[in-house]
Every structure is written in C-alpha cells, then in structure tokens.
Design a binder for this molecule. Structure first.
Ligand SMILES: NC(=O)c1ccc[n+]([C@@H]2O[C@H](COP(=O)([O-])OP(=O)(O)OC[C@H]3O[C@@H](n4cnc5c(N)ncnc54)[C@H](OP(=O)(O)O)[C@@H]3O)[C@@H](O)[C@H]2O)c1
Length: 322
C-alpha cells in the first residue's frame, strides 16, 4: 500500500512516499481503510525526535495518529459487524492507505458527518472538549485562547463562546485575527506584537481574564499566564512555541491562580477518550462546532503540511486526503 514514512528524525524533507506491506489486524484490532488522515502539531515534533519518552517512534516509521475511513478487516476477538462501518480511529500511524487500530480506539462516525470533518475532530475535538472540561468555562467569564486559530484552538474558541463566555483570542497575523473574530472571539490580539498581554488585560476590563487556555506554550505561554486575574485559572496544553509554558509557580500561589498542565498526567484511559471523541463527533454532526479545515494535501505531500505548520502559515486543521 501507499504510505509516507519518516526515514529518520529531521526536517519535513525526511517524510517520503513509499510502498509498504499491508497491515494485518492482530487480536483486538481492526484494519481501517483511510479516506482522510489527521495531521496534528505533535506529528511535527515527533518527526524531529522530540517527546520520545511519552510517544516512542523509531525511524523509519509511518507518522500520524489516525484518521477517518472504513473498517475493512477485524482481528481475533473483534465483532465482524465492524466491517464496513464508517469510523474514526486513533493509532500509532495514519499517513497511509490503511492502518491498524485497537478496537477500543475506534468510534463510529454519525450519519451525515463527512470524513474530513470527522477526521478534523479526531484529536482536536476531543482535546478541546477535554480542555473545556478542565477549565470549567462559566457563562459571562472572560476567556483568553492563545493559538486561537489552530486545529484545537479554533474549536476551543467556539466551545467557550457556546458556553456563554466572552472570548479574547490571541494569534499571529491579520488573517488569523480575522478568522478568530469570525469564530466568535469578541476581541482578537496579535501576540507577536510587544505589549499584547497589556491589551488582553485591558480588553478583559483591567484585572485580567478569568480563564486562559494556552495552546502556544513556551515563552508565549508564560506571558499568557500573566494575563490571568487573581483567583483565575490557567490551562496549558501547547508546546509549539518551544516546549511547555514557562510559568512562575510562586506567582501562581501568590495570586491564587489554579495552573493546570493538561498533558501532565499522560493520555486519558481509552474509554474516556472514546466518550469524549463521540461527544465531539456528535457536536460536529449537530453543527454546534465547525472544524476549520484550512489545509488539505494529497497523502504524498505530507512534508508540505509539516512545512506549513512550522512556518505558522496554516489556518485551522491540516488533513491528508488519502
Ligand atoms: N491537537 C491536539 O489534539 C493536541 C493535543 C495535545 C496537545 N496539543 C498541542 O496544542 C497545540 C496546538 O495543536 P494543534 O495540533 O491544534 O496545532 P495547530 O494549532 O494546528 O498549530 C500550531 C499552533 O501553534 C501556534 N504557534 C505558536 N508558536 C508557534 C511556533 N513557534 N511555530 C509554529 N506554530 C506556533 C500557531 O499559531 P500562531 O501562528 O497564531 O501562533 C498554531 O495555531 C500544539 O502545541 C500541540 O502540541 C494538541
């Protein structure tokens, strides 16, 4: 079958189209014929050799974390009734025509939801819902979302607005700020400009925001932490700005800010992921969240998808059309 492999750790150029043997479903697994493969920012970090302790990858490997398609085979112990079903599946690969997945990580796609939209919520939708739960967004609150027009961020903006919050979005460049406003942010601030944090505090009425979701991490995440009002909450999950957000624990304690690193406890158990994913698919099918599919590429051009993410040129979700 056709696939894309990371030949070694390195830049986007290590991603090359290849022919590889067909995957076979082991016990408890299914084979999914992918229509669409999901591309997330983490894929670009793993390709560079980052995060091996939590997500071991050994080149040459097929990158990705799953996608949407149809079950074409089942392994021992799996109900054959899965064959033919339209599903999303998570697994250790995705940039390929077919992948294996544990049946525990497969969820049926609701009728009426197309494969690209389903693949678009496979990670970002579940992540955004998990974060929204941790942040406990309340009606009328001032909520900052950084990296607001990325795959996960663009859904968080919608969820926060849906929960009745007043959303302040932070992103880089006019195109992204415009999109953030279209998604429901009342204020959009360019966080590549000096003094952006003061503008966020001002937009929130002077004291700061009640809650911040940080999808950028690194230095930007540290500055975002400083926009949270006394007694507020800071939920960080981004690492695209150079690792986890650098926050001052002492300042957090002094200002009674609940700082939550949503990734610290590792991935949630499969049943929790499945439930959250099923909720995300249902919200997408009902039109309550609308994934912004900003970039689609043929499978063979996975390297271009990674380049565009590194250059911060992508709006919303990137997908590979298999
Ligand atoms: N998707 C998930 O399910 C998931 C799960 C766990 C953690 N995360 C983390 O959450 C963040 C967002 O993930 P995503 O998959 O939705 O990715 P993404 O948003 O599609 O792309 C990365 C985002 O990070 C921002 N960014 C800030 N500094 C950057 C830099 N130096 N280089 C590139 N981008 C930069 C970009 O927006 P600007 O140009 O506006 O800054 C862009 O919105 C990532 O850090 C990721 O590791 C995601």
């Amino acid at each position: 079958m056709r696939a894309v492999q990371a030949r070694e750790f390195g830049g986007p150029e290590v991603l090359v189209p290849v022919e590889v043997p067909e995957p076979v479903a082991g016990p408890g697994e299914v084979v999914v014929e992918l229509a669409v493969a999901d591309v997330i920012y983490l894929d670009t970090l793993l390709r560079q050799g980052w995060g091996g302790e939590m997500f071991p990858r050994h080149p040459p490997y097929i990158p990705g974390g799953g996608g949407a398609g149809q079950v074409v085979a089942v392994g021992e112990g799996v109900d054959p009734g899965w064959v033919g079903k339209r599903v999303v599946a998570r697994g250790q690969s995705g940039y390929a025509e077919r992948m294996t997945a544990s049946v525990e990580e497969v969820v049926e796609v609701p009728d009426g939801l197309a494969f690209p939209q389903a693949a678009a919520v496979l990670h970002d939708g579940a992540t955004a819902l998990m974060l929204a739960g941790k942040g406990e967004i309340a009606k009328g609150e001032q909520v900052l979302v950084t990296a607001a027009t990325g795959g996960a961020g663009s859904l968080l903006v919608q969820l926060a607005r849906d929960a009745g919050a007043r959303v302040i979005a932070a992103a880089r460049g006019e195109r992204k700020l415009r999109l953030a406003r279209e998604l429901g942010a009342e204020v959009a601030v360019d966080y590549s400009e000096e003094g952006w944090d003061a503008r966020v505090r001002e937009a929130a009425g002077g004291e700061g925001v009640d809650l911040a979701f940080d999808g950028a991490g690194g230095e930007l995440g540290g500055v975002a932490f400083g926009t949270v009002a006394k007694g507020g909450r800071f939920v960080t999950y981004g690492t695209s700005n150079g690792g986890f957000a650098q926050i001052d624990q002492q300042a957090a304690e002094q200002r009674r800010i609940r700082a939550i690193n949503a990734l610290m406890d590792g991935p949630p158990p499969p049943d929790v992921v499945r439930d959250t994913l099923a909720r995300a698919l249902a919200l997408a099918a009902e039109g309550r969240i609308t994934p912004v599919i900003g970039a689609t590429y043929p499978l063979e051009r996975a390297a271009d998808a990674h380049r565009s993410l590194a250059e911060r040129a992508t709006l919303g979700k990137s997908l590979l059309m298999v």
